[in-house]
Ligand binder design. Structure first.
Ligand SMILES: [Zn+2]
Ligand SMILES: [Zn+2]
Length: 398
């Protein structure tokens, strides 16, 4: 398509003609291939961008030459864009990741541009593919960016007693980099996952990063707080490189409505945070959209389940559980597969969270102990802040 220099047509949700104007300084017409815009939109979505800045779109022959081109390249026919993609955190997304996603979308020409790895050339050429890395040369460098750049994402699994006894050394050798292990469920300490200790020890000795989750049966805020306290008591004395999650997926919980579900997540996570943990939320994508308020989604580490090839969620995500039917060496039967979009480890350690603190061990009130021989604590005073409101009350030991 040909556009006048002053044309400011909105081409798609995120791109305007103006962004593709030639930067030579002369006010001439420009060309933009609609396929380029369609594919840039796909890239925007697949990378979960907050914006894509086009640093060079259409180039006239003279300008293409002046920036080191041949005067006949893809930019001169409106097929190409040099871009910087920004994530939801406002930071540029690595060009290595952009190249991988651009390859998956089907761009014909793709190249990293600078050694900062934040600028990427993409084009919709029809001729032979060009997968380049201009830091190295202008030649083809690979037939597969995933292979060439390696993963920017971490491969993981989540397990419970239902996965049986796990050979964690084999799991590690199979390329698994993190595991989220179930610590238990419900509001009593004797509902600790019976393989929690062995899984934790196995994961640690294999050198796999580990997080934990608590399967909730809570339908009220006070039950969520009880569950959180049991969870904290079970986590005590251990170290977790990944966040610890509130797993909400019971229909009985969802039936209490969005406001209550959000309040339960918040109440649970506050207890974990007050005990020095990086707290998070695990649930399905659809439940997240139907039962969790926006401020809660963005407040805690987010681990979303959506089985399939694509996570259809357009907000910041920490971990995506994409399959319940994976196979990993060292585990008999199916296992849940996950991908982490960030390595939480360094942030956890830098902030002294999740048991990595140098100072005090958090003292937890033993609301629900398995052993009746211990000193009896029959009540507990609890204060929770939800939004602008503070709730105080006494919980009775059952
Ligand atoms: Zn020009
Ligand atoms: Zn370019």
């Amino acid at each position: 398509m040909r556009y006048d220099h002053s044309d400011n047509t909105q081409l798609s949700a995120h791109f305007n003609v103006q962004e593709f104007r030639c930067k030579c300084g002369r006010e001439h017409d420009i060309f933009i291939n609609p396929e380029l815009i369609a594919d840039l939109e796909k890239l925007y979505n697949s990378l979960n961008c907050s914006k894509i800045v086009v640093t060079s779109g259409y180039r006239c022959e003279a300008h293409d030459r002046s920036v080191g081109g041949t005067g006949k390249g893809q930019h001169t026919v409106g097929n190409a864009a040099d871009i910087c993609c920004y994530g939801r955190d406002g930071q540029p997304i690595s060009s290595k990741k952009v190249c991988c996603n651009a390859q998956d979308i089907g761009f014909g020409g793709i190249a990293n541009i600078t050694d900062e790895y934040i600028y990427t050339h993409v084009d919709v050429r029809n001729e032979k593919k060009w997968y380049g890395d201009e830091v190295i040369s202008n030649n083809d460098v690979t037939d597969d960016f995933h292979k060439y750049y390696g993963g920017n994402e971490m491969k993981g699994i989540d397990v419970s007693i239902h996965n049986g006894v796990i050979d964690w050394q084999s799991v590690k050798k199979d390329g698994i980099e993190f595991a989220v292990i179930r610590a238990g469920f419900g509001k009593f300490a004797d509902q600790k996952d019976q393989n929690f200790e062995s899984n934790y020890n196995g994961v640690k000795s294999a050198g796999i990063s580990v997080g934990a989750y608590w399967y909730s049966y809570a339908t009220t805020v006070s039950e969520a707080v009880q569950e959180a306290n049991v969870f904290v008591s079970i986590l005590a004395g251990k170290q977790f490189e990944f966040p610890v999650f509130f797993d909400i997926e019971e229909q009985a919980a969802f039936d209490t409505g969005k406001a209550n579900c959000s309040a339960m997540v918040h109440a649970f996570c506050v207890v974990l945070e007050q005990s020095g943990y990086w707290a998070g939320l695990y649930t399905s994508r659809s439940a997240l959209e139907n039962y969790i308020e926006d401020d809660i989604k963005s407040r805690y580490a987010l681990w979303i389940a959506e089985w399939g090839n694509r996570l259809n969620y357009s907000g910041p995500v920490g971990i995506w559980q994409y399959s319940e039917k994976g196979y990993v060496n060292g585990i008999i039967g199916n296992v849940d597969l996950d991908v982490a979009y960030r390595d939480y480890t360094s942030a956890v350690k830098e902030n002294g969270l999740n048991g990595f603190g140098k100072t005090t061990q958090v003292q937890i009130e033993p609301y629900f102990t398995a052993s009746p021989a211990e000193p009896t604590v029959t009540t507990a005073d609890v204060t929770i802040t939800i939004g602008n409101d503070t709730y105080k009350g006494t919980l009775m030991k059952e």
